[in-house]
Design a protein around this ligand. Structure first.
Ligand SMILES: Nc1nc2[nH]cnc2c(=O)[nH]1
Length: 442
C-alpha cells in the first residue's frame, strides 16, 4: 500500500494521510445535508410531489456517489482529491432545470448521465489531458488563486460575515450574530493553530469550533448516533426512464447537457490543477495521471446520475486535507470510507454546521492564493488574462466562468503583443469554445 501510493518519495505517512482524508471529509460533509435540501426543492413551498426527489434517497445517492468517485480517484488518479455532487451544478439542476423550466427531475438526471458519457469519451480520446497541458502555467496558477478567492467567498457567506446588500451587491454581515461569532472564533483558532505550524490545524480548528458551539447551544448535541440507511429505491435507475420518453429529446435539453458538460469539465480540470499544485504534485508544470483523474470524475458523474444526484465533481475542499498534510490517493480513500460510514451515522453529521466549515474554507483560500506569487505580473499580456480569471470566479460565483473570461483574453493579448506563436493551438480552439459559451449564456 505504502509503495503503491509512494509514501516515501512524497514524504508522507498513514497518520498524515488519514488526518488529511478526515479533514477533507469534514470540510465536505455539509453536502450530505445541503444536496438533499437543494435537489428536493425543500425550501420551495406548494410544489406537486412529482417535482420533488425523495430526500432520503438523494442523501444515500450523495454519499454513494461521493464514495465511488473518491475511491476511483484515490486508486487510479492517486491524488488526494475527494469528489461529491458539486454545489454550482446542483443549484442549476434544481432551480434552473426542474423549477425554472418545469423539466422532470428524471430528465434532468438523464442530462447529467449524457454529459458524463461525453466527458468520458473526451477523456478516453486523450483530448482532456492535452487541453489541460496546453494551458500556460501562469493561467494555471491564476485558476488556483481564483478558486481560492471563490472558496473564501463561499466560506464568508456561509458564516454570515459577508451578506447580500441591495445597494452594493455585497456587504459586511451582522457580526454580533451568535453563529457568525462562532465562525469568527473558528477562524481565529484555526489561524493560531496554523501559524504555530500544528499539523492538522484545520481539522482541530473544526473540532474546537464544534465543542464551543455545543457549549453555547449553537450546535445541537446529536439525538442519537446511528440510524438506519434510507431506501435508494425512489431515485435509483430513474434516469433510464427518461431515455424512452420522446419529450426528453429537445433543443433545450441539448443546451442543458452542454452546460453540465462544460462546467463539469473545466471545474474538474481547474480543481485538479489547483489541488495538485498545492500538494506539490505537478511535474515540469504538467499533471501526471491527469487522464486517470479525469476518468474518475466522469465515471463519478455517470454513477451519480444512476444513483439519483446531480453532477459529481472533484471538490476544492480537498485542499483542506492537503493543508493538513495529505499528498496521496490514500487520503481520498479515507474520505470515501467516511462517506460510506456517514450512511449509518447521519444524526452525528448534524454538528457539522456552516460556522464549523466556514473557517476551513476561508483558511484554504489563504493557502490557495499563494500561487499569485508565481504569476508573471510584469508581462501585461499575461497579467490581464490572469487577473480576469482570478477576479471573475468569485464575482460570477462560477469557477467555469472565471476560466472562460481568462481564456478569451489570453489569445487576444498574446496576438496583440506579437506573441501569437507562443499560444498553443488548443488555446485558440478554447477561445472559440468559450466565446460560444458566452453567446449560449445570452
Ligand atoms: N471545485 C468545486 N468544489 C466544490 N465544492 C463544493 N461545490 C463545488 C463545486 O461545484 N466545484
Amino acid at each position: 500500500m505504502k509503495k503503491y501510493f509512494q509514501f516515501e518519495e512524497l514524504g508522507t505517512n498513514y497518520r498524515r494521510e488519514f488526518m488529511g482524508g478526515l479533514t477533507t471529509f469534514l470540510a465536505m460533509a455539509y453536502i450530505l445535508v445541503v444536496n438533499p435540501i437543494t435537489l428536493t426543492l425543500a425550501n420551495i413551498e406548494g410544489l406537486p410531489d412529482s417535482m420533488r426527489m425523495d430526500y432520503g434517497a438523494v442523501f444515500v445517492a450523495t454519499a454513494l456517489a461521493a464514495a465511488i468517485g473518491s475511491i476511483i480517484m484515490g486508486l487510479l488518479g492517486k491524488y488526494p482529491l475527494a469528489l461529491a455532487p458539486g454545489m454550482g451544478l446542483n443549484a442549476f439542476f434544481a432551480y434552473t432545470v426542474v423549477l425554472g423550466s418545469g423539466i422532470p427531475w428524471q430528465h434532468a438526471l438523464g442530462a447529467v448521465f449524457i454529459s458524463g458519457v461525453f466527458f468520458l469519451l473526451l477523456t478516453m480520446s486523450g483530448w482532456r489531458e492535452k487541453i489541460i497541458n496546453a494551458i500556460p502555467i501562469d493561467l494555471k496558477h491564476a485558476v488556483g488563486a481564483g478558486i481560492g478567492l471563490f472558496i473564501t467567498f463561499v466560506g464568508f457567506t456561509n458564516a454570515g460575515i459577508i451578506v447580500n446588500n441591495d445597494a452594493t451587491l455585497v456587504g459586511l454581515g451582522d457580526l454580533s450574530n451568535p453563529n457568525t461569532l462562532l465562525a469568527i472564533f473558528g477562524i481565529v483558532v484555526t489561524v493560531i493553530l496554523m501559524t504555530r505550524g500544528v499539523k492538522g490545524g484545520v481539522f482541530f480548528g473544526m473540532v474546537l469550533t464544534v465543542i464551543v458551539g455545543m457549549i453555547f447551544n449553537l450546535i445541537d448535541t446529536p439525538d442519537g448516533v446511528i440510524d438506519s440507511v434510507p431506501s435508494l429505491e425512489p431515485t435509483f435507475g430513474a434516469v433510464f426512464s427518461s431515455f424512452g420518453d420522446s419529450s426528453f429529446y429537445t433543443t433545450a435539453m441539448l443546451g442543458i447537457v452542454l452546460t453540465f458538460l462544460f462546467v463539469d469539465f473545466f471545474d474538474n480540470a481547474g480543481t485538479l490543477v489547483a489541488v495538485a499544485n498545492q500538494a506539490g504534485l505537478m511535474k515540469d508544470n504538467k499533471l501526471p495521471r491527469a487522464g486517470r483523474a479525469l476518468f474518475a470524475d466522469s465515471i463519478a458523474s455517470i454513477a451519480g446520475s444512476v444513483l439519483g444526484t446531480s453532477t459529481t465533481t472533484s471538490y476544492i475542499e480537498s485542499s483542506a486535507g492537503v493543508a493538513t498534510g495529505a499528498k496521496t490517493g490514500f487520503a481520498a480513500l479515507v474520505t470515501a470510507g467516511f462517506f460510506l460510514l456517514s450512511l449509518f451515522f447521519f444524526p452525528l453529521l448534524e454538528v457539522v454546521t456552516a460556522p464549523v466549515t466556514a473557517p476551513a474554507l476561508i483558511i484554504v483560500g489563504v493557502l490557495m492564493v499563494s500561487s499569485l506569487g508565481k504569476i508573471n505580473w510584469s508581462r501585461f499580456e499575461i497579467a490581464v488574462p490572469a487577473f480576469l480569471t482570478i477576479i471573475t470566479m468569485p464575482l460570477s460565483y462560477s469557477i467555469a466562468t472565471g476560466i472562460a473570461a481568462g481564456f478569451i483574453f489570453y489569445p487576444l493579448t498574446m496576438i496583440v503583443s506579437g506573441k501569437a506563436k507562443e499560444v498553443h493551438p488548443i488555446m485558440y480552439f478554447m477561445f472559440a469554445v468559450f466565446v460560444g459559451y458566452f453567446i449560449f449564456l445570452v
